[in-house]
Design a protein around this ligand. Structure first.
Ligand SMILES: Cc1cc2nc3c(=O)[nH]c(=O)nc-3n(C[C@H](O)[C@H](O)[C@H](O)COP(=O)(O)OP(=O)(O)OC[C@H]3O[C@@H](n4cnc5c(N)ncnc54)[C@H](O)[C@@H]3O)c2cc1C
Length: 382
């Protein structure tokens, strides 16, 4: 039984990642009939790494009956100098989880019959108060609302806002995760119980923290050690860096297990020159570093009739905010609340959702730019 007075309210969602699943859960809970189309066939486990836990995300889980997230914690932050030493400590407890753990919990809250893997949305057209989405196999699905949660390269955003481009921020995130059992004991004890940061010698910075391991395990010995190293890469060199070991050029990331051995070797050599010795050693122990380019996306609108952009399809804030997953959860809650309080007046609900999305998204986007630019300025005065 839908909350909508007149008829069963149907929602099509493109993208079965964090934003798509949050919207699916919140809207289904409201009584809507939802269908998620995710273009990746099969499991999506190799795509992410550590995530700093934010309150909006855990609140969303609690409010929507999603099983609690496994998390690791630390007592504080430690700032290292690239020349070596034990660094400076700051008491600041924090919690961490993983993209896999978030995705697995959200996915478990969406019934299989509502989720279609290997199903790409190719075009979206609105006719009256209905939206028709065409799928890769030619099927056309009609619904009352279409939520585009198809990420930073969103095809729906490009169709609705052709002038908006994802801008390259000028640097990439090299990332790695190691099973605790594969980390030498001196590195384990050095990084344990801390969120460790360090500037690199010629700019860029790295951070290290523990995250849950396989199946969300958080006991000592079964966690993973997670690192991110932000590295400047000139636009002219980007195509080369994004070319995988089979010579395939990727748009914005190199998935885990695809980085060419020559690139891994060059990264490890650079780490030895640039980073605190313990951080360089950690990179050296990592078998398969992977890469994500840092993108800037900001939009003047998220709503186009009954088509709504959500998550990274709308705004992409730099990862220094650690706010992307929280934004996805917040937006889904806002949409569900607005639909509930406006009852049958869907368009009023969507307009109020757009207002809050624009407010929250642009504030987070600006905050991310300020954090990223502060780092770039520090680099230029090195
Ligand atoms: C280096 C880095 C570190 C980060 N660290 C953090 C952090 O600590 N904390 C945090 O909260 N956030 C972090 N983020 C951001 C966070 O990962 C995202 O903001 C968040 O996961 C929301 O993503 P999304 O679901 O909107 O998009 P995505 O995860 O990009 O998902 C989009 C989905 O849509 C699918 N898709 C695309 N096109 C189609 C189509 N046409 N049809 C069907 N499916 C389609 C894709 O396959 C994909 O599964 C980080 C990001 C980066 C790059």
């Amino acid at each position: 039984m839908s909350w909508h007075a007149d008829h069963d309210f149907t929602v099509t969602i493109s993208g079965g990642s964090i934003a798509g699943l949050c919207n699916a859960i919140a809207l289904r809970r409201l009584g809507a009939t939802i269908r998620v189309h995710e273009r990746v066939p099969g499991p999506m486990m190799a795509r992410g790494a550590g995530i700093v836990v934010q309150r909006e995300l855990t609140r969303f889980f609690a409010e929507n009956g999603v099983r609690p997230l496994p998390f690791t914690s630390c007592r504080g932050r430690r700032y290292l100098d690239h020349n070596g030493g034990d660094g400076v400590l700051q008491e600041m407890p924090q919690e961490f989880t993983s993209w896999e753990a978030i995705h697995a919990a959200l996915r478990a809250a969406v019934p299989d019959e509502c989720y279609r893997a290997g199903s790409e949305v190719t075009t979206v057209i609105q006719t009256g108060s209905k939206v028709s989405a065409t799928l890769g196999d030619g099927t056309v699905v009609e619904s009352d609302l279409f939520v585009a949660a198809d990420g930073s390269g969103s095809a729906t955003r490009r169709a609705m806002l052709p002038d908006v481009e994802a801008g390259y921020a000028g640097y990439v995130a090299w990332r790695g995760t190691l099973d605790e059992s594969d980390v030498p004991p001196d590195l384990l004890s050095f990084f344990d119980d801390l969120f460790t940061f360090s500037e690199a010698r010629s700019g860029g910075h790295m951070l290290v923290y523990f995250i849950p391991g396989k199946d969300g395990a958080v006991t000592t010995g079964s966690r993973r050690l997670n690192w991110v190293w932000y590295v400047h890469v000139a636009l002219a060199d980007l195509a080369n860096v994004l070319t995988d070991r089979n010579g395939v050029r990727h748009r914005s990331s190199l998935p885990r297990g695809t980085t060419p051995q020559s690139t891994v070797a060059a990264l490890k050599a650079r780490a030895l020159r640039e980073l605190h010795p313990k951080m360089a050693a950690l990179i050296s122990e990592t078998r398969d570093p992977f890469l994500q380019t840092i993108l800037d996306v900001t939009v003047p609108k998220t709503l186009f009739g009954r088509i709504l952009l959500a998550g990274d399809a709308a705004f992409v804030a730099r990862p220094h905010t650690a706010g992307g997953t929280a934004k996805a959860a917040y937006e889904a809650s806002v949409l569900a609340r607005a639909l509930k309080s406006a009852r049958a007046n869907v368009d009023v609900a969507l307009q109020s959702t757009e207002r809050l999305q624009l407010e929250y998204g642009s504030a987070l986007y600006q905050y991310g730019l300020a954090l990223g630019n502060r780092w770039s300025r520090e680099r230029s005065t090195d």
